[in-house]
Design a protein around this ligand. Sequence first.
Ligand SMILES: [Zn+2]
Length: 485
Amino acid sequence: MTAWEAVIGLETHVELSTKSKMFCSCPTDFGDEPNTACCPVCLALPGALPVPNEEAIAGIVKIGLALECDINESSLFYRKNYFYPDLPKNYQISQYTFPVCEHGTLDVDVNGEPTVVGITRVHMEEDTGKSSHIGDGGGRIHDARHTLLDFNRAGVPLVEVVTEPDIRSAEQARAYAAELQRIVLSLGVSDARLEAGSMRFDANVSVRPVGETKLGTRTETKNVNSLRSLQRAISFEIDRQIQVLEDGGSIVQETRHWNEDTGATTSMRVKEESEDYRYFQDPDLLPLEVTAAWQDEIRSTITALPAERRVAIIEQGVDRETAVILVDSDELSGLFAAALGDGVPARTVALWLTGDVVAYLRRNEVELSSTGLTSEHLAVLGRMVDSGDLSSSAAKEVLIAVLDGDGGPGEIADDRDLLQVSDTGAIEEAVDAVLADNADALERIRSGDMKPFGFLVGQVMRHMGGKADPSVVRSVLEEKTTDSR
Ligand SMILES: [Zn+2]
């Protein structure tokens, strides 16, 4: 039996959320009536001249800097020639040699196992229009009677992020894609909505026997538009290729299509080589200058990236998984950051937010902003638990009541008589009473049998109506059962 290794590289398209298109001033909100947001430039009518969008260039530089890329001070636009009905120019303005950004890295983590994924390049191009196939085929081209074309999206700025073939599993690919989406969102350069197609993935997959250094023949699965589909498509493709090779067949270099319903990839067309596109430098566009000064200016607008923000939270004693959930939500991480302070247990507050609060919002189908919870409430509640005034289970009850809008944590705990007694005097009295009633248990403990200790803790708690701080009860009980031994 051969042991196989998968080799995966990803190409990710990210539509930038600029106000206007890449090379003209047409608006980018292409949800409008079809073909109302186009002009001679994005339709490439004779004589029209493209002008690069400064905001889009700043956007791609931000992405490049976040991915630790080298930014080329001078990069070139090329024409990538191919015919597609929704490509009105019959070529796409893209980049080839000298893209805006090259040679970056992105760290991903799968179940605590870190991997560095090399970024080959990040280049600028433009999106195509949209085809709608009308007929009985449910939108599929095969059974369409005719096709409608909408060029509103044609020319919208599109960034392509290409990785080295450094990824070794479908899980790693998903983790990479999720992290890239987080970065893009935190940079504010794209809405990165997978379901709307503003971020989409192509997966290059090949397999080879473990120990082999030469790459196997790869296939490219195009336009996968969810993280889950990406993982499934790659898993399927790895298994399929291994099966073909083990059956003595060979892999055809081709473009494949992922079908969500069947859970399989199918062949679309034989994959083009880059020579097939007859790239040549666009004669209408000058070399693109991104000066060092402009790079610095752009760099200064980048706030802490998700990875840094997670590290800062983990350093406060929060586990990684919880930190990921916090950082993924601006609302939750905002509340968390604002609640921290003296005597506020960071880990407890983080777990409340990502556990109880998230569950509450789901259960009641409400937004966080429409609940009564504030960062001040979290801080007060955290301090009450930290000081022992409130047990952790009582704190959860209070938290839910705060979310319900019943008031602040102090008054709710008071109203519901949930405050714990950590006053040692009252606890000592209860311990004395319990020990007097349980002389035999006391004897056993004094003779070294610790079994009845838990029972005595329970008795004291009961004596105090469940409102004593168990840690104080334990230490008082320990003192009183060991002295005069
Ligand atoms: Zn236009």
